[in-house]
Design a protein around this ligand. Sequence first.
Ligand code: GLA
Length: 355
Amino acid sequence: MGFEDIYNHKAIIKESANARVNLIGEHTDYTGGYVMPTLLGFKNTIELSKNEEKKFVVFSEHFNEKKIFNDFIKSESNDWSDYIKGCLFVFFDEYKKIKLEHFNIYISSSIPLERGISSSSALCVSTLKALNSYFNTQINEKHIAVLAKKVEHDYIGVSGGIMDQMVSSIGIHGKAFFLDCLNLKYELINFPSNWKFCLVDSEVQRNLRSSSYNERFNELKIAEKELDVEYLGGVKLNKFNPDKISNPTVVKRARHVVTENDRVLKAKECLLKDDIVKFGKLMIESHNSYSSDFEASTNDVDEIVKNSTECGALGARLTGGGFGGFTVSLIEENNFSKWYDKITKYYPEDKIFEV
Ligand code: GLA
């Protein structure tokens, strides 16, 4: 199936955006801290042509479903097409001088959904890129990310940060994307040749809307208020004073973020110095903190992390917003086949993906 089968003519624009895996730095983005994701090969593609009947027609290959609309009102049922509506709304709102046009849109994607690898950001970034190409608006990649975040934050109503949109818009497959989320300055860093990252799918589906993501977001905002700082990301480990926070649960959430920021900075140094052993240790510490202080892991996920390291991975952790989804493991290239033979005794080959 393809665009032509649905619309009987060829698309005039085709744009894609990739999913990401976060290597380290979880829930540090909206608290003004650091993250270090990398792009995956999985991608979302948007094709479009002009619709002459003043309708927006959107077909999703994944859902095998067509939606038709001519306003930008969000559905009450959290429909997949809301993401496209949201992109159209944000785009035309940002560029008010552009005359409204209608489109036939076709979405295809190789990204497993709701597994913590930012399928929604790739959808928004590719849609905005397609609108940018169609209208020749010359929006730079950073601004595409900012608009994509606006879609998720203001239109869909998910309290996320900007990591996913930034890496999906700017990242390069095969390089780490170190990002300071406060000023959006980033560095693209090569991986040493003997490092190999691999995903193992926990098959626990997650959905940011229904998960405890927003709850964690709010707890961290309470911590910032009580610590009297604008962003937790600016609080160094040796300056963190948990006594100022009244609720013990909030102390744990904040401690995760403060220690995690420290780990991201150390992990970046390890990457630059080719210290794979220490990077792996930081991933394990990150997972433990995510699991015990942030309470964002699940038993199945903890089990994968444990099995993966027992099979020889130097580090492993849950990646993304939490509460299920993918885990990421770091394995030395020359140990990879041994790790793979062992891990496939626990999990089927089609749940394991090389980054
Ligand atoms: C989701 C959000 C990101 C980030 C991660 C957790 O992927 O979209 O902004 O907060 O969770 O690190």
